[in-house]
Design a protein around this ligand. Structure first.
Ligand SMILES: Cc1cc2nc3c(=O)[nH]c(=O)nc-3n(C[C@H](O)[C@H](O)[C@H](O)COP(=O)(O)O)c2cc1C
Length: 335
């Protein structure tokens, strides 16, 4: 989860509990990513994943015109009017790859696309496991054909950005529907499901054929995440989530609020340019706890609760054990 939510302590605690934490590289400089990885490695000797955004190549930093709708909101909130914003140069993907290899990272995941064959060959030569986020059976086939070792199946209940990349429409399949359709492709790789999965839903997804479960929002709501406490409590009380493309240029699910409604149909740029166009506004809202103007990414869940990280990890383990117990009693009955 990119965006100052995940901390090295959170990743390490998850890894030390026998699960696998994920380091978000999105929006981080290489130096900050290196520090994040180093700090995580200091806190755990277990494996973790580093998640990489596959963004369009953007070699030079540019100054672009800020969309009027964004300027209007900024001025309404009391910010000085600014007619432009900075779209920074992107970090070349190969630089991330070299960093991961140098730091002996063993798992990498992608979102918004997949690596080219040069990168896949380089990662495989170092035995790095590549997991690809996909939102449709077509993306699943594409990533396996191009060398992915496992798939993260992101259903439309998922919080945050949808990782779609073969079309410019976000996936329409629910997490369970996506799992069913990819399962039928029989691709022979581990399937990890993500999107709106609550603690008590874990057995249902494992029974439906997922090998692993990925959870986001529930970890975001623990005390170890970088989100202010009042914002976490606010998110827990919000029952309505929507998809919006207007905040960053890529469909993402979050709490329905004024930022979404006031930017609706005003999109000026594609992802990630629109993300930078709305950055100052969202930072101001976050610093001042203006929840109506923050991007409050969260999944579609029947029940959201703020748990301590330890309690959450224990509840997840209990849910998995419950599944395993049911499985072994089925096997005993069959015999
Ligand atoms: C706040 C937030 C930030 C996220 N950032 C990323 C990210 O940087 N990379 C990524 O692959 N997925 C990201 N996701 C999506 C998650 O990987 C995952 O698909 C999602 O959290 C699963 O749904 P859930 O939140 O209902 O558990 C993010 C999700 C949230 C809620």
């Amino acid at each position: 989860m990119a965006g100052n939510i995940v901390t090295p302590q959170m990743v390490a605690d998850i890894c030390n509990s026998g699960m696998m934490g994920s380091i978000p590289s999105g929006y981080l400089t290489l130096t900050n990513l290196r520090t994040f990885i180093k700090e995580t490695q200091r806190l755990t000797s277990n494996d973790f994943i580093v998640n990489i955004f596959i963004e369009p190549d953007h070699p030079v930093t540019e100054k672009l015109a800020k969309p009027h709708a964004v300027r209007n909101i900024e001025v309404k909130l009391g910010l000085p009017d600014e007619d432009s914003f900075i779209y920074p140069a992107s970090v070349p993907l190969m630089d991330y790859v070299d960093l991961l290899i140098a730091m002996q990272v063993r798992y990498v995941s992608t979102t918004f696309g997949f690596f080219n064959s040069e990168i896949v060959t380089k990662l495989k030569a170092k035995n790095i496991i590549i997991l690809a986020t996909v939102t449709s059976p077509a993306e699943a086939r594409f990533c396996i054909a191009n060398g992915a070792d496992g798939l993260i199946l992101q259903g439309q209940e998922a919080g945050g950005h949808q990782g779609y990349f073969l079309t410019n429409q976000c996936g329409r399949l629910s997490t369970l529907e996506l799992l069913d359709s990819v399962n039928r492709l029989d691709l022979g790789v581990p399937l990890i499901v993500a999107g709106g999965i609550g603690i008590n839903d874990i057995p249902k997804f494992l029974s439906a054929g997922a090998q692993l479960i990925q959870l986001g929002s529930l970890f975001m709501l623990t005390e170890t995440s970088g989100l202010p406490h009042t914002v976490k409590e606010y998110i827990c009380k919000c029952t309505n989530t929507s998809f919006t493309k207007d905040i960053t240029g890529q469909y993402a699910r979050g709490v329905t609020n004024l930022l979404m409604s006031e930017l609706v149909n005003t999109l000026n740029y594609t992802f990630p340019i629109q993300h930078y166009a709305t950055s100052r506004l969202r930072k101001y809202a976050r610093d001042n706890l203006l929840t109506n103007y923050m991007a409050l990414w969260v999944g579609k869940h029947a029940n959201l609760e703020c748990n301590s990280l330890n309690v959450l990890l224990e509840k997840i383990k209990a849910s998995c054990l419950n599944y395993q117990r049911c499985q072994s009693s089925v096997i005993i009955e069959e015999h």
